[in-house]
Design a protein around this ligand. Structure first.
Ligand SMILES: [Zn+2]
Length: 358
């Protein structure tokens, strides 16, 4: 059993190195036998994983051993092990291109693999994360496409099945290449997912410390304004990635296309127009929104810690790639406000639970 646990940790590390697993977003499991599987625990960063955080779960009723909560997506994993007896390893990621392809409202992604052969990637319909409905939707797709090993969960991420860890890992990597090809061909989108830092700052003893001494006055005013309106914020990362710059120039409103965006960035992000320029009053600073756009100058990503602000900067970038892909594709499936509210409530509750446990 210890060996299998270590294998899960090794795979998480590999996924991290390839950029497919960031922070706590995603989870990995391994079948032990007909009735049981091992899965990563809920809300732990893959860098901090030890064998204690790999939890034994029963396939039949999702009951688990010990006091540590298994991943909230355990039902999705259990459903796949039920439908596919030959599957022994499952990886769930929020990897960028496959996840973005899953926001276009398509039931399947038709694209090409590395050898230029035609492939179909099935997309499971949207349901709130952690629900039985989501597990049902995934199971239905996995049953309908018995030959497929890589699946997309609409507006959320991927499910990659393998006879062993190596195969599941390869499925995740292949999905990313194939979905990137799809986005280039159908959405004219080949944006690199990144944080491109502009003018960042943080608070030290109540004083604003800028990363760059030459931070322009107009931008300093925005930082001052954000800190004055948001006492919970200590770090501001100015992200000027290609996707965020494009959105800051062209859009006036961002609605969530992705679960992690709704959870971390906000339900509705306003973008100032050309006339608003860089005036501090023209940027929209709201309590429940961790991204503040400036016209044609990217977005300021807010966090209590530097890590939180980086997480917002990454998720915002992915959200802007998705927004651009949907605009160029001409259609997409947005999350409903009601689902966003429900998800946020659940997300905050489960995170405060985790904090309490510490
Ligand atoms: Zn997920």
């Amino acid at each position: 059993m210890e060996e299998l646990k270590q294998e899960i940790i090794d795979v998480c590390k590999k996924l991290g190195e390839k950029g497919l697993l960031v922070r706590t977003w995603g989870n990995v499991s391994c079948r032990v036998d007909k009735n049981t599987f091992l899965i990563t625990s809920s809300g732990i960063k893959y860098e901090d994983l030890t064998t204690n955080n790999i939890i034994e779960v029963k396939i039949k009723d999702l009951s688990y051993k010990g006091d540590i909560l298994p991943s909230s997506e355990k039902a999705v994993h259990a459903a796949c092990y039920r439908v596919r007896p030959e599957c022994n390893f499952i990886i769930h990621t929020h990897q960028v291109y496959a996840t973005v392809a899953g926001t276009l409202g398509l039931k399947k992604i038709k694209t090409f693999d590395q050898n230029d052969s035609r492939v179909v990637i099935p997309v499971a319909s949207y349901a709130l994360p952690g629900t039985d409905k989501l597990a049902e939707n995934v199971a239905r797709r996995v049953r309908k496409y018995p030959e497929n090993k890589g699946f997309i969960m609409a507006n959320h991420g991927t499910v990659c099945l393998g006879a062993d860890s190596e195969e599941a890992l390869q499925v995740a990597l292949d999905l990313e290449v194939m979905c990137s090809n799809f986005l280039i061909d159908n959405c004219k989108t080949d944006m690199r997912h990144c944080i491109q830092k502009g003018f960042c700052s943080h608070l030290e003893n109540g004083e604003i410390v800028y990363d760059h001494n030459d931070t322009p006055l107009g931008i300093r005013r925005i930082h001052e304004y954000i800190y004055s309106k948001r006492p919970d914020v200590n770090y501001i990362i100015h992200n000027k990635s290609e996707a965020i710059m494009t959105v800051s120039r062209r859009a006036n409103h961002l609605r969530p296309l992705l679960d992690d965006f709704a959870q971390l960035v906000g339900f509705s992000v306003k973008i100032p127009s050309r006339d608003d320029g860089h005036e501090r009053g023209s940027v929209h600073v709201k309590k429940n929104c961790n991204a503040v756009f400036a016209f044609n100058d990217g977005a300021f990503c807010l966090g209590a810690t530097e890590e939180d602000a980086s997480a917002v900067a990454l998720i915002l970038d992915k959200g802007c790639i998705a927004h651009t892909a949907v605009m160029r594709f001409g259609e997409g499936h947005y999350l409903s406000v009601l689902d966003c509210i429900r998800m946020n409530r659940h997300y905050k509750k489960s995170y405060s639970k985790l904090a309490d446990n510490k």
